[in-house]
Design a protein around this ligand. Structure first.
Ligand code: PLP
Length: 464
């Protein structure tokens, strides 16, 4: 069996997470799986026991399913029809995608927009969030979550992460509520559902709006109810690295018809909902913007949607199995799901790494050794609550007009927004394996566990 020991690892610009891409080629297979591992010929056992990073044989071939998946036979007919029709601006294909996505998540309405970031901004703005308001956010998320809050003129306030679940720690939220707090923006990070029951309780007690960042949580569920349908609005991303990839794209879902009409209007130059898109002279009823998805993007989305259910089932099966295989390795603590979670999206498979159990081998060394065994992995997010963009935002004209000086004092802000649990997770412990790896076989998951065990066993040699 041919073994390639390294994956090409590409961080997709603008993506929430790094994914592996196989030579940039479009993969035509539906759920292409790596070759099953064949038993090693006798006499090379020693070579296999030796870590690949020290010149031994890698446990895995590294031939993981590429991403995104594209099957010309099944996926291209609709797109070619759209291209030849000349109807490229939003029309019936976008509407069909919206209907199907609303049905998939069990929401009354869905509005497709240009990306997840703008889905968040539009939702916040149409829920009345703006300058002078505070929005509570987790620090363990992609920058777009916090950028969306700042774009509305509101002030992000960070509540620390629960390192066991990687989600916003609901025990830390109430202490962050002030007279300015208007909203909570929970993120179902890694595709694992946040504790929405508790978050909605806190929101209703304090009369706050909830916008769910479900940009990594397609078809994730709590008690059978889909992520994105608990709050006043739920936002999704269909960026290239995401589990439902369109290249760029996003969606807002909600059961609130009046809110959705306003979002529609906002995304179409402020023209009233129902107005023919782009109709000259239709008149505008609000200060709007332009966030429309194109017909060919929707056609890509419809093709990808066909696969999402099967892939999600597979990711759940493989993640559960891999979790069981690695949870007893000393120093390895996989993600925990809240009790009422019935399904996760697994945009990422995450665990915490403790170097003390690996003879002091730092996380970076562990990651390098794991990659050498053919397992794509990364350390994930940097801390978001102390990066330069915050001070920059506070110095803008709008912020200086909207907040008292004391609120814009960056040192005070950083002190009030410390998140020590999140610091440890980002700087020392988190390890991510990307979602396409979870489309491999059960045997592959067993091999990933073997690779980690091998590194554990040889940690002192690797460290030196
Ligand atoms: C990807 C992502 C976004 C932004 O989505 P885009 O479509 O890239 O704008 C927001 N939040 C999270 C958690 C994400 O992963």
């Amino acid at each position: 069996m041919k073994r390639r020991n390294f994956l090409k690892q590409g961080a997709l610009a603008g993506a929430g997470a790094a994914v592996t891409i196989s030579g940039g080629a479009l993969l035509s297979a539906g759920l292409a799986s790596p070759m099953p591992a064949s038993p090693p010929p006798a006499g090379i056992a020693g070579e296999i026991a030796k870590p690949a990073i020290l010149g031994g044989r890698p446990v895995l071939s590294g031939n993981w399913p590429g991403w995104p998946i594209w099957n010309p036979e099944t996926d291209e007919k609709r797109i070619i029809e759209v291209l030849r029709s000349g109807r490229w601006s939003r029309s019936e294909v976008v509407s069909e995608f919206e209907e199907k996505w609303a049905a998939a998540v069990g929401a009354k309405r869905c509005l497709a927009v240009v990306n997840g970031t703008n889905a968040l901004i539009a939702s916040l703005v149409q829920l009345g969030i703006g300058g002078g308001d505070e929005v509570i956010v987790p620090p363990y998320t992609f920058i777009a979550t916090v950028a969306a809050v700042l774009a509305t003129g509101a002030m992000p306030v960070f509540a620390d992460t629960d390192p066991e679940t990687f989600q916003i720690d609901t025990r830390k939220i109430e202490a962050k509520i002030t007279s300015r707090t208007r909203a909570i923006l929970p993120v179902h990070i890694l595709g694992l559902p946040a504790d929405m029951g508790r978050i909605m309780e806190i929101a209703s007690k304090h009369d706050l709006v909830v916008v769910e960042d479900a940009c990594q949580a397609w078809l994730a569920e709590i008690n059978g109810k889909k992520a994105g349908t608990f709050g006043h609005a739920g936002c999704f991303s269909f960026q290239n690295s995401k589990n439902l990839p369109i290249g760029e794209g996003g969606a807002i879902v909600s059961d609130d018809e009046e809110f959705m009409d306003r979002c529609y209007s906002y995304h179409n130059y402020g023209m009233p909902y129902g107005t023919l898109v782009g109709a000259v002279g239709a008149g505008s009823i609000m200060a709007g913007t332009k966030l429309r998805l194109t017909e060919y993007q929707a056609a890509i989305g419809l093709a990808q949607l066909e696969r999402l259910e099967g892939q999600t089932a597979r990711r759940n099966e493989n993640a559960g199995y891999l979790k069981k295989q690695i949870q007893d390795i000393p120093g390895i603590t996989p993600y925990k799901l809240y009790d009422n979670v019935t399904r996760a999206a697994f945009h990422l498979f995450a665990f915490r790494y403790r170097k003390e159990a690996f003879k002091g081998l730092p996380r970076a060394g562990f990651l390098k050794a794991l990659r050498a065994e053919g397992v794509p992995c990364s350390s994930g997010y940097a801390t978001l609550n102390n990066q330069p963009y915050l001070a920059q935002a506070f110095q803008t004209k709008n912020f200086r007009k909207m907040y008292p000086e004391e609120m814009l004092d960056i040192d005070l802000y950083l002190e009030r927004n410390q998140c020590p649990e999140n610091d440890r997770l980002c700087n020392e412990e988190a390890v991510w394996i990307p979602q396409n790896v979870l489309l491999g076989t059960a045997a592959d998951m067993g091999d990933i566990a073997l690779a980690i065990e091998k590194i554990h066993k040889n940690a002192d040699r690797i460290q030196k």
